[in-house]
Ligand binder design. Structure first.
Ligand SMILES: Nc1nc2c(c(=O)[nH]1)N[C@H]1C(S)=C(S)[C@@H](COP(=O)(O)OP(=O)(O)OC[C@H]3O[C@@H](n4cnc5c(=O)[nH]c(N)nc54)[C@H](O)[C@@H]3O)O[C@H]1N2
Ligand SMILES: Nc1nc2c(c(=O)[nH]1)N[C@H]1C(S)=C(S)[C@@H](COP(=O)(O)OP(=O)(O)OC[C@H]3O[C@@H](n4cnc5c(=O)[nH]c(N)nc54)[C@H](O)[C@@H]3O)O[C@H]1N2
Ligand code: SF4
Ligand SMILES: [Mo]
Length: 708
């Protein structure tokens, strides 16, 4: 067979790099970066090459599995079943439980790969339109919920994210993000290393605020160590300084920004002197950063996981955008701008809402009809009306990825029925009654419905499947559609016609901002994208305010009542003082991806990565040497891991990556089991939350470390 070159996006992380995949029949010959992709310009990372390992992995499930209960004292086993049987049983069990106990008896958890797989986004409603349960959960509340909340409050829509325009900036203040390892998040920025180097080369400055000297901090002009969880004080002190020194200048935003006097008054006591001892950053330094930021020609303040998944996540993200607004750096070239994607989710989906109902057990607020993932275990184990009895997990591994994972691990055993839409038998799916494995990523087509909205440049790209769909397999979206149809029949409701995801995209393109209908010369259609498989360039980000705002009055109200009310909690906690306990933070490695990419030899080979980084001073105090096995513990639980000496982590701070802990009975992940590590989330705490948003605080957890 001749060699064929396929154009394809890498769906593994938010950088959405363009690839060229060479195949010979069923064999993949090479995977390389696509130099013609207008966004990624040829960049890839080592994970792209592992796409073939996912496709070829013998552990990847190809047929539905059903649990066969063992006799008392004997282990359960798994049996291959037909799709007919798997889908019928799933639909019937879900309907039975919901008809008996009410719709809230069904819990739903959707994980991160959902947003990297557009068919899962377009078709989940085919099933869930039948089940308007309050017990919906997702990875959002262990991740970016504070970003959504801030965007809803200030800009009127949960997905209107200001995107750092690094290529035209002069000053970049970055908190709690490590894009050199993560390749960027809520910031689709392939080849960020080159872009950071270019910023510095043209005389720009990058200041990184992080408790660890990260790979990104090493490229920075300046790195400021900060005590985990204290960023809100630092950010508010920057704003306080702007007011105190008369540096507030929203410039072009002036006409539609309100609430500045209220803000100034509310932040009067959040001075650099108040912040300094808690953050570990001198008051003079805080003032200098405020001055530099205000004086820069074009500046960006951006923060990610480290400032979202902590106890003041929402306050941090809100303060970051307020800082961008007060200095006129929002909606400005070289500052942070909104995108205009070809299929515009901001106009196609609702704005989202907050705290319209609360969780049953702990009264935590919903966001966008989802409850915090930290409350999932107790919603399963606490009896009463609305108790979760059946669970649907799609593309998620919450046993490893949500706080106090051991508690959830145990809770899942109490369910009456659990179904997982997942290609692996892993730490979470091992609790299922039925596992529904979708096609491999290379067997379906691809469009980035989620990530064009976060990208540093407007582009659009659709890719065909690399391989034909094997006979007797179903795509994720088809599984949702098949289940939805069966549930409709069982409920005596009309079965709805099912459009393929690419048809939905075609409609979105033809109604979008680059359509003929909108008068755009691009006249985008699916056919046009198919003719340009490297992607179509739609130009740099442009100022769009106030038009793009989704607030009812097209204004930005900075004195957000919920954020200002939360200042009381912040003030009280930090006035009370610090316990002085060690604080746990996470980290990412470029060869890993959350919990599910440890089964590929190419990525896990080499030295062990699931180590606890400790400052030499903290090790000496505890009699710990490099490589010693240590016990890391918190209120929630403990793990044993090797300690690794690291002078780049702050004294008083320890760092462990998440997504490990594959040493569990019954999983089918041969390679991962040999590189098991321990799960960071066996130590993080479901009770450690950002009380305002409900987002998990997996960073800054109080821990103890001792020789094991
Ligand atoms: N302590 C700590 N915890 C964290 C984090 C942290 O930094 N520290 N990070 C958090 C963040 S940012 C996130 S996003 C979450 C992630 O949390 P989750 O989304 O719950 O977990 P993942 O590890 O992404 O697991 C993805 C699952 O999807 C499956 N999968 C992969 N591709 C597909 C597909 O195409 N279709 C289907 N149906 N399934 C697929 C995989 O087999 C795996 O079971 O973890 C969070 N947890
Ligand atoms: N290689 C790889 N890439 C990934 C992923 C992966 O697992 N591996 N996951 C993907 C996902 S789902 C996401 S959401 C993104 C995340 O993308 P990023 O947020 O860029 O990645 P992290 O490495 O989690 O960076 C968080 C940083 O916050 C710091 N930090 C911890 N606590 C604090 C604090 O209290 N204050 C401050 N200022 N900093 C703190 C940590 O030291 C760390 O450097 O990455 C994505 N890309
Ligand atoms: S940075 Fe790596 S994992 Fe992320 S999209 Fe690009 S190639 Fe894929
Ligand atoms: Mo994430």
């Amino acid at each position: 067979m001749p060699t064929t070159v396929h154009h394809r996006a890498c769906h593994l992380c938010e950088a959405i790099c363009g690839l060229r995949i060479e195949t010979d029949g069923e064999r993949i010959l090479s995977i390389k970066g696509d130099p013609d992709d207008p966004l990624s310009r040829g960049h890839i990372c080592p994970k792209a090459v592992a796409l073939q390992d996912i496709h070829n992995d013998p552990d990847r499930l190809r047929r539905p599995l059903a649990r066969v209960r063992g006799a008392p004292g004997e282990a359960d086993t798994w049996q291959d079943i037909s799709w007919e049987q798997a889908l019928n049983t799933t639909a019937q069990r879900l309907v039975d439980i919901v008809q008996r106990d009410g719709v809230d008896a069904l819990g739903v958890y959707l994980g991160n790969p959902t947003v990297h797989n557009y068919g899962m986004m377009t078709h989940q409603k085919n099933l869930f339109r039948h089940f308007h349960t309050r017990n919906r959960f997702s990875a959002t509340s262990v991740d970016q919920l504070p970003h959504h909340l801030t965007s809803l409050w200030l800009f009127g829509h949960k997905s209107l994210f200001p995107i750092p325009d690094i290529d035209r900036s002069e000053y970049f203040l970055m908190l709690g993000a490590n894009p050199i390892a993560s390749n960027g998040s809520i910031w689709t920025v392939p080849d960020v290393r080159k872009r950071i180097k270019a910023l510095r080369k043209r005389g720009g400055k990058l200041v990184v605020v992080d408790p660890r000297l990260t790979e990104t901090a090493e490229l920075a002009s300046e790195h400021l160590y900060i005590r985990p969880g204290s960023d809100a004080l630092f950010l508010l002190a920057l704003i306080n300084t702007l007011f105190a020194e008369g540096r507030v200048a929203p410039r072009h935003l002036e006409a539609f920004v309100s609430g500045l006097p209220e803000l100034e008054a509310a932040l009067l006591d959040f001075t650099p002197e108040f912040a300094a001892p808690h953050c570990g950053i001198a008051a003079d330094t805080i003032r200098r950063i405020a001055q530099e930021f205000a004086q820069a020609g074009a500046a960006i303040c951006y923060g990610r996981m480290g400032v979202s998944t902590q106890r003041y996540g929402a306050l941090c993200q809100w303060a970051i955008q307020v800082l961008n607004i007060l200095t006129g750096n929002l909606d400005r070239e070289g500052g942070s701008l909104f995108t205009l994607p070809a299929v515009d989710q901001v106009s196609n989906i609702g704005p989202g809402g907050f705290a319209r109902h609360h969780s049953r057990v702990r009264q935590l607020p919903e966001f966008d009809r989802e409850l915090p993932a930290s409350t999932m275990a107790e919603e399963i184990t606490t009896p009463g009306e609305g108790q979760v009895r059946a669970l649907f997990v799609g593309a998620g591994n919450p046993v490893l990825s949500t706080p106090n994972g051991r508690q959830l691990d145990a809770a899942l055993e109490q369910l009456e029925f659990m179904v997982c839409l997942d290609p692996y038998l892993n730490e979470t799916t091992r609790h299922a009654d039925i596992i529904l494995p979708p096609t491999s990523p290379l067997e379906h087509d691809h469009y980035d419905l989620a990530f064009h909205i976060n990208a540093v440049r407007n582009t659009a790209r659709h890719n065909e499947a690399v391989f034909d769909k094997p006979e007797g397999s179903l795509h994720d979206w088809e599984i949702f559609a098949e289940l939805g149809n069966r549930v409709a029949e069982l409920l005596g409701q009309p079965v709805q016609p099912v459009l393929a995801p690419h048809d939905i995209i075609d409609m979105g393109l033809q109604m979008g901002p680059y359509s003929e209908r909108a008068g755009s010369a691009q006249a985008l259609t699916l056919a046009k994208l198919r003719a340009h498989p490297s992607g179509i360039d739609l130009g740099p980000l442009q100022p769009q305010l106030p038009d793009r705002l989704q607030t009812p009055d097209k204004a930005i109200h900075c004195a957000t009542p919920a954020a200002l009310a939360d200042l009381q909690r912040l003030r009280a906690e930090f006035t009370a003082g610090d316990s002085g306990a060690l604080r746990l933070i996470g980290r990412r490695h470029v060869r890993s991806n959350n919990s599910w990419m440890h089964n590929y030899h190419r990525l896990v080979k080499g030295r062990e990565r699931c180590t606890l980084l400790m400052h030499p001073q903290d090790m000496a105090q505890r009699g710990i040497n490099d490589g010693d096995r240590v016990q890391l513990s918190s209120r929630a639980g403990s793990v044993t891991v090797p300690a690794e000496t690291c002078s780049g982590v702050m004294p008083g701070v320890v760092s462990l990556p998440h997504g490990y802990g594959h040493n569990r009975v019954g999983i089918r992940l041969q390679t991962a089991a040999q590189h098991a590590g321990a799960s960071c989330n066996d130590v993080t705490d479901d009770l450690a939350l950002d009380a305002l948003s409900g987002n998990a605080a997996v960073n800054g957890v109080e821990v103890e470390v001792a020789l094991a």
